[in-house]
Design a protein around this ligand. Structure first.
Ligand code: 5GP
Length: 189
């Protein structure tokens, strides 16, 4: 997606050979117009997949997920990372090891929002080692729902997440595929 590539080239900051900072437009300050284009593109790619729900993880996945849900006309559920007193039912949970924070956390979705007739599109901002995606897949499976595919804004193709999802047979659509961050340079596949 050319508009996204341009934004990454112009405003992305390479923090190390492994980490790309995109807080000028994706996960701190948000560019709404770019987010709308991202939602339109995911909706176009998955238009024929019979999607009934979108699942993401708080907080950075919410913006692209909501724009995609708006275009596809389906609800968006975000897995919550923090316990809430209002979440009183038996939750569907999974553990995620955070790539950026190097900590484990439990993420949860209420079973009221997912059921066995759902076909789910997972949306997230980044795909690195795939831990966040695998946790969401686990929760969706616990609900008996089907994973119809994954829409990733920025995939770091040099990390193992993509290859593992491919090997498991999931359809992964990434709008920017970063081949390398070595030397402070972003190169795309
Ligand atoms: P994974 O679970 O695939 O290892 O990592 C995905 C999650 O880690 C994303 O939801 C994202 O929040 C965060 N993440 C992974 N790599 C990067 C990165 O290079 N930059 C930023 N800003 N976040 C990242």
């Amino acid at each position: 997606m050319e508009a996204l590539h341009k934004k990454i080239r112009e405003e992305g900051i390479v923090l190390s050979d492994q980490v790309l900072k995109v807080d000028a437009f994706l996960n701190h300050q948000i560019d709404p117009l770019l987010m709308q284009q991202i939602g339109d593109e995911f909706a176009r790619l998955f238009a024929d997949s019979g999607i009934s729900k979108i699942v993401t993880i708080e907080a950075s996945g919410i913006a692209p997920a909501v724009m995609t849900g708006l275009k596809l006309g389906v609800p968006v559920i975000f897995a919550r990372k923090h316990q809430s007193l209002t979440l009183t039912e038996n939750l569907l949970t999974a553990t995620v090891h955070s790539f950026t924070k190097q900590t484990d956390s439990t993420v949860a979705i209420s079973p009221r929002h997912l059921n066995s007739s759902d076909r789910v599109l997972i949306i997230d901002d980044f795909l690195a080692n795939g831990k966040a995606s695998q946790a969401l897949i686990s929760i969706i499976k616990q609900a008996g729902a089907k994973v119809a595919g994954l829409g990733i804004v920025i995939e770091k193709s040099f990390q193992p997440g993509r290859a593992e999802l491919d090997a498991q047979g999931y359809r992964v659509e990434s709008l920017a595929r970063v081949k390398s961050l070595v030397g402070g340079q972003v190169t795309f596949l």
